[in-house]
Design a protein around this ligand. Structure first.
Ligand SMILES: Cc1cc2nc3c(=O)[nH]c(=O)nc-3n(C[C@H](O)[C@H](O)[C@H](O)COP(=O)(O)OP(=O)(O)OC[C@H]3O[C@@H](n4cnc5c(N)ncnc54)[C@H](O)[C@@H]3O)c2cc1C
Length: 415
């Protein structure tokens, strides 16, 4: 393969995650000669890891409710991608691969067997039958003129393609293949990239030694978290909170990660409020706590009046160290609004996903880079952000499809 001869492929897809594979499917099913290149020895590694705890493939939300998950002002191209390939389409597509899905209690959609591997296996088989070729251990390093350059175990290889889809993922969990190494290459090509940042991630809290040694690793079941975002809107998320050596993790923390990260970036820290007794209101709690304590120890009184004990009580003492000397109303308020000072998001390498990426203003409505005609961008490397719940895979698949269609059209026009 050299850069001098005519195109080796109509469409080169670089990155064999869900976005790239969907781009390859869209292009191949429209008659394009498609080659997929991936840095790793096999495709879809992050997809497989996503399946470990039960693959949350998509969600049952549609329309505006679905779009709202991608922020208050989701870009037009993302809207278009999700309008033509929404959560219902994801389920129909999986069914087309023989993978039935079911809706879990929170509206999340899973394959019947909860696994990612059977779906990926069937998908790759179908792509091969459609004529898609796979080139593993091909790490894309940039362009030489119009040629795509790859590092391979056999040395550098250059490939010509009429159109290209880049679906290189974000920067979380880099050992699975996506490491954000593409940022510098795209910026050098004049493509505007918003800095990659951790999303759906844990946060750091400066715990006292007392809490760290007693509570790290302990979950707090069913609390409600809330914070005030940079526009003054209160955001809440119920769920289980995990206290760690360095701070906090858990689905409810991830759900607020965007707002917390933005506040830390603007002010150096963010305040997170934890409702330690969501089933009780402040007044009822205050009345119960005001009952005479008699000879009871404070911890016993607190437990009987509010249900707080163990890690939950430890978190109260952490935020209100002189709790035993406080009046009932102050105590009740502190239980409903235990305030943690978050100092930093955990590194992007540990996050479930990354925010930032290629800005939509750098792309046209078919996801083609304005500064690099014939090059389309898809998946998590785009500048959108969403909570967990199947929304990440849904947008990766939808933008992959849009980019694959655009690349096929571009290849047809150029041929
Ligand atoms: C632990 C975990 C659990 C998750 N669970 C879920 C879930 O249940 N539901 C959900 O919706 N989302 C989940 N996600 C997120 C979801 O997996 C990602 O959003 C999705 O995989 C992104 O797809 P993508 O194709 O854009 O990128 P990726 O899946 O990251 O694929 C990018 C591909 O590009 C390749 N690549 C990168 N750089 C180069 C290069 N220079 N040259 C060649 N190839 C390169 C990589 O090897 C990789 O194969 C989870 C993520 C993690 C980490």
């Amino acid at each position: 393969m050299t850069s001098r001869r005519p195109a080796d492929h109509d469409v080169a897809v670089i990155g064999g995650g869900p976005a790239g594979l969907m781009a390859a499917e869209a292009a191949a099913s429209r008659g394009a000669r498609v080659a997929v290149f991936d840095a790793m020895a096999s495709c879809g590694r992050k997809f497989l890891v996503a399946g470990k705890g039960g693959l949350n493939l998509t969600h049952q939300e549609t329309g505006d409710a679905l779009l709202a998950r991608y922020g208050d002002a989701s870009p037009e191209a993302l809207r278009a991608a999700l309008a033509t390939f929404d959560t219902r389409a994801v389920r129909a597509w999986a069914a087309g691969l023989g993978i039935e899905t079911f809706v879990g209690s929170s509206g999340r959609v899973f394959p019947s067997d909860l696994k990612a591997a059977p779906l990926l296996r069937r998908w790759l088989e179908r792509l091969r039958r459609q004529g898609v070729t796979f080139h593993q251990r091909h790490r894309w390093t940039g362009w030489n003129g119009d040629a795509l350059c790859f590092e391979t175990p056999a040395g550098e290889v250059q490939v010509n393609a009429t159109a290209t889809v880049l679906a290189l993922g974000g920067a979380s969990w880099p050992r699975l293949g996506s490491d954000g190494g593409w940022v510098a290459i795209l910026e050098a090509a004049g493509i505007d990239v918003a800095p990659l940042a951790p999303s759906n991630c844990g946060f750091e809290v400066r715990w006292s030694e007392h809490l760290r040694t007693r509570a790290a690793g302990q979950p707090l079941k069913t609390v409600v978290l809330s914070c005030i975002d940079e526009r003054g809107v209160t955001r809440t998320a119920p769920g289980d909170l995990l206290l760690t050596e360095y701070g906090i993790e858990g689905g409810c923390v991830y759900a607020l990660s965007r707002y917390l990260r933005e506040t830390i970036a603007a002010h150096g820290q963010a305040t997170l409020s934890v409702d330690l007794a969501p089933a009780r209101d402040t007044q009822a709690l205050a009345e119960a706590l005001a009952r005479p304590r008699g000879k009871q120890r404070f911890a016993r009184h607190l437990e009987r009046a509010s249900g707080l004990r163990g890690t939950r009580a430890l978190l109260l003492y952490e935020t209100l160290p002189d709790a035993p000397r406080q009046d009932a109303v102050t105590l009740a308020r502190a239980i409903k609004d235990a305030r943690l000072a978050l100092t930093a998001a955990r590194p992007v390498e540990e996050a479930i996903s990354s925010a930032g990426g290629v800005r939509f203003t750098a792309l046209d409505e078919s996801l083609m880079a304005r500064a690099k005609p014939g090059v389309f961008i898809a998946g998590e490397m785009l500048d959108w952000e969403a909570p967990t719940g199947g929304y990440l895979l849904t947008a990766s698949l939808a933008t992959g499809r849009l980019a694959g269609c655009g690349a096929t059209e571009a290849a047809r026009v150029t041929r």
